[in-house]
Design a protein around this ligand. Structure first.
Ligand code: ATR
Length: 264
């Protein structure tokens, strides 16, 4: 039986096993997908297990998307450009890091028929997924990308990768067409982002990377103010779709049943 993993720390919340095992069963594959909580000093052995064929593929989540890179033999162009890996795959005996968060975000945005062309994008947070959102936003033709993070140092690190982005002081709200919550604020239903969006106007896109809960206070407020709102569910499903395709060579089915798997 082929074994696949998602690694992270913490990892308990991850719904990747539910989604991948659903598709594994649907396609009659002899495989299993599990989650594993790791520490930094476990990464080297993990890669050895991939080389030995004990593990066939790995998804990587917070906090290893960047720290896993030195252990890999090669990177896809996207993983190289974002310094971020969420999918590992053994190809021609080489352990290769890919980034399917980018296509996950892009496909999710296309799915809601929102056009990023010439739009001003304001991103909150500077965590693991932000480089992928920036890369996808550039690719989709946005005119300006601004990021704001409570800890400025981390925002500066991201600006070192993407020179053209603008840094915004935490607490300030610039003019924007799209605001994206990429912080972990909202994972708890009571979490509130301490920013004042009341003057931003209507008909913007409020996007939250969080999908559980399905409507964070951030999205709820965006909606009340007359904006389009979208959570991170489709992004999560489409990044998993691309990992699945990479590993198994099959495009898994996405329908109502798939989406329900994430309703917890
Ligand atoms: P990591 O930073 O390890 O990659 P993450 O979950 O991807 O983890 O990112 C967490 C993000 O949520 C960070 O941008 C974090 O801001 P800091 O860099 O200042 O820690 C942000 N975040 C978490 N709690 C926050 C809070 N109470 N207020 C504002 N931002 C918060």
């Amino acid at each position: 039986m082929k074994k696949y993993l998602v690694i992270g720390n913490p990892i308990n919340h991850s719904l990747s096993p539910e989604l991948h095992n659903h598709w594994i069963k649907q396609n009659g594959l002899d495989a299993i997908y599990e989650k594993r909580k790791l520490n930094n000093n476990d990464l080297e052995n993990l890669i050895l297990d991939i080389k030995k064929g004990k593990i066939k593929g790995v998804n990587v989540t917070v906090p290893f998307k960047n720290t896993i890179i030195p252990f890999l033999d090669d990177l896809s162009t996207e993983a190289k450009k974002t310094h971020s890996v969420n999918t590992i795959h053994l190809k021609n005996k080489k352990v290769v890091g890919h980034n399917t968060d980018i296509t996950g975000f892009e496909t999710a945005i296309q799915n809601i028929n929102f056009d990023f062309k010439k739009k001003k994008i304001f991103i909150l947070g500077a965590g693991g997924v932000v480089p992928s959102i920036i890369y996808a936003s550039v690719k989709m033709g946005s005119s300006e990308i601004m990021i704001s993070n409570r800890t400025e140092r981390k925002a500066i690190e991201i600006k070192n990768i993407f020179n053209n982005i603008k840094l915004v002081k935490w607490g300030e709200i610039p003019g924007f067409d799209v605001v994206i919550n990429a912080t972990s604020l909202g994972l708890n239903q009571d979490d509130k982002i301490n920013l004042d969006f009341t003057k931003v106007g209507k008909n913007k896109l409020f996007y939250d990377v969080i999908y559980n809960p399905s409507e964070t206070n951030f999205l709820n407020l965006g909606k009340k103010l007359g904006n389009k709102c979208e959570n991170g569910k489709l992004m999560f499903i489409y990044q998993a779709f691309s990992s699945f395709k990479l590993w198994h060579g099959i495009e898994p089915l996405i329908n109502e049943e798939t989406i329900k798997i994430l309703d917890r």
